[in-house]
Design a protein around this ligand. Structure first.
Ligand code: FUB
Length: 324
């Protein structure tokens, strides 16, 4: 599949997290809708309130993935304020854990956990957010030894700039110019998947000389962390936010450091770009979104998929984003 294909033309779905469970492909997006909230730099217009899950056993075929309906609603989450943003699902010991971003009743983002017996849910949310969690965009990655790591964080409306060394700052400040860019975070999960097993740690991306990427580098981390493993190496991928790229960096451990590898996708139509990468039936796919079908209404995004390829030395070939 060399041309990107839209996956849910009848509705607006964004931030797709794709995972393979029991040989079937499951896609967990955020659910965009026309809530009427005016657009601003904090992303208040992304006022989502539920999740659906989609699945298929033939991503190359003409049939669209099956929509299994609502799997979690903010009305059922005891600590919910507003804005159910990106999520991801991981299987551990036969249960399925949905890790999600949501604002609490004081308008502060945290990560929550909801549990199901099947990948298509329904998911039962825990009473409280994960202790010590903050910001947005979780990616739950299970390594070959069964340990689960959650990568998270997002700038601006994602509130990551409000934290240093996992402490809330009195006064948030974004790094500028030659200062090292603000990194994403990673924490290993406890075996019961209810809490972090350790303090979140920074995910450092370095250039070819081993220097951390600068705050003014258009390839620096902004949001939308994803982790996948290819030929024994750890590929940390992410959105650069205001420079509208999807990029990746390669490391030898789930904690990094990660050496900048290149661009996966050049800018698409819309304010945000977001993705996941998964292997299914021997091919690798990039799930992402754009705002073409909604006529560039940035709060109404449509998820799509395209195949990705690696070069012989393990680099990802850049895909040109669709501009119309
Ligand atoms: O969907 C809301 C936010 O927009 C996500 O959390 C970000 O990654 C961006 O896609």
């Amino acid at each position: 599949m060399k041309t990107p294909k839209y996956l849910c033309p009848g509705d607006y779905m964004a931030d797709p997290s794709a995972n393979v469970f029991n040989g079937r492909l499951y896609i967990y997006p955020s659910h965009d809708w026309e809530s009427g909230i005016p657009e601003n730099d904090n992303g208040d217009h992304f006022n989502m309130k539920d999740y659906h899950v989609f699945s298929t056993d033939d991503i190359e075929g003409e049939a669209l993935p099956v929509d299994h309906g609502v799997i979690l609603d903010t009305a059922d989450i005891p600590w919910a304020g507003r804005q159910l943003w990106d999520n991801d699902v991981v299987e551990k010991d036969g249960k399925y854990y949905l890790i999600f971003s949501l604002k609490d009743k004081c308008d502060v983002f945290h990560l929550g956990v909801a549990v199901a017996d099947r990948p298509e849910g329904p998911f039962k949310p825990m009473a409280d957010p994960i202790k010590g969690s903050y910001s947005i965009d979780p990616c739950a990655f299970k390594d070959d030894d069964g340990q689960v790591y959650v990568y998270f964080g997002g700038l601006w409306g994602g509130q990551l700039q409000r934290y240093r060394d996992n402490k809330h700052l009195e006064c948030a400040r974004l790094q500028e110019g030659a200062e090292p860019a603000l990194p994403s975070r990673v924490a290993r999960m406890r075996d019961d998947m209810m809490e972090f097993a350790e303090e979140p740690q920074p995910v450092i991306i370095v250039d070819a000389e081993g220097k951390p990427l600068r705050a003014d580098d258009p390839h620096r981390f902004f949001e939308a962390s994803w982790m996948h493993k290819y030929q024994g190496k750890y590929y940390f991928s992410y959105s650069t936010g205001d420079s509208h790229l999807l990029c990746y960096a390669i490391g030898d451990s789930p904690y990094g450091p990660f050496t900048f590898g290149g661009e996966i996708l050049t800018p698409v139509v819309g304010w945000t770009t977001h993705h996941s990468i998964v292997e299914f039936k021997g091919k690798w796919y990039l799930f992402h979104h754009d705002s073409v079908p909604s006529g560039d209404r940035t709060w109404l995004r449509s998820m799509k998929v395209v195949e990705i390829e690696y070069t012989e030395d393990g680099h990802i070939k850049t895909i040109q984003g669709t501009q119309e």
